[in-house]
Design a protein around this ligand. Sequence first.
Ligand SMILES: Cc1ncc(COP(=O)(O)O)c(C=O)c1O
Length: 370
Amino acid sequence: MNIEELIPENIRILKPYVAGKTIAEVMEMYKPDKISKLASNENRLGFSPLVRNAITDIMDNLQDYPDPVSHKLRKKLAHFHGVKNEEILIAAGSESLISVICRTFFKEKEYAITADATFVGFFVQAGVRGIQVEKIPITKDFKFDVPGILQAVKKGVKIVYIANPNNPTGTYITKPEFEYLINHIPEDVLLIADEAYYEYAKDVEDYPRALENRKKNVIILRTFSKAYGLAGLRVGYGIAHRDLITQMSKTRLTFEPTTFAQAAAFAALDDTEFIEKSVKRVREGREKLYSFFDAHNVQYVKSICNSVLMVCNDSETAAKFTQSMLVQGVILRRVQAFGLPNCIRITIGTEEEMKHFEKSFLNITEEIYS
Ligand SMILES: Cc1ncc(COP(=O)(O)O)c(C=O)c1O
């Protein structure tokens, strides 16, 4: 039996997702003195202490399935955002919701539009369903090209996906750009506004909060994986018109997210102080990294989220730099799968981690650039 022949073409051509290296893997491979994991845009300050208590409290109920609708969490989120319960769908991370969207809305031959450099999870989930994605080149300043995207919208387009702020660039669509997009996109095209980094972006002056610009064809995605620091638990949610949520509810997996994830997210929402501290740390860390890069003539892209994109001259340099940093114990993320082979994404870590980054950078740059 030839297994390849059993597999549909769209799955056969998919490249397996290569995640960033784990701390354990790097420790085993290179045995560095210390490790700074700056690869996956997690919150390096950890998570709210309220979460630990919430999880301990439910330890005795592991034999029971999770609440399939996450009633308690949904009600709290609805209150938090001033929307109705029926306008929220909770799942195991926003990537799971992207998968739900790809499973729910596409009819035969319908396709999606996004940028050529954006969250790889969207490319993967679309690929799994055999959905074509038209990728519109990002602008010279690494932004979504809103007019370019709108121009590309024609018959057959079902979804326009934007990540705002975008991963891996850290750039964003401004308020006027977002309003233009939302006012010109046809009503029968769904606009996915993935706001995974919302907490870092929300106070930027011209950042458009999609929730304040809602229309019937807009689906907003949020996650607890980033500023809330709960990536390991897998919990995210979508906010949309109740009729869209009803349809999406049919294709989601029944028991997502886990009981732990529901309880943790419920508790985490109360700790605004932790979010403020995390956002402040990222803001300060970004500024410091910009100054460091300026001092060493490194090209980078200014960001409003918890990572900064470093731009190398070519993909070989990007590969060499990432690998040499790994040996020093600094885990970074090359973003060729996101569409940017010359670039490296650096998550803003703690002060100590960023010092480790700088020291390692200085140790290796002569080797790379000489
Ligand atoms: C833009 C964007 N959307 C979604 C996700 C996935 O988040 P989650 O952990 O909620 O699945 C990420 C994670 O990197 C992201 O950057």
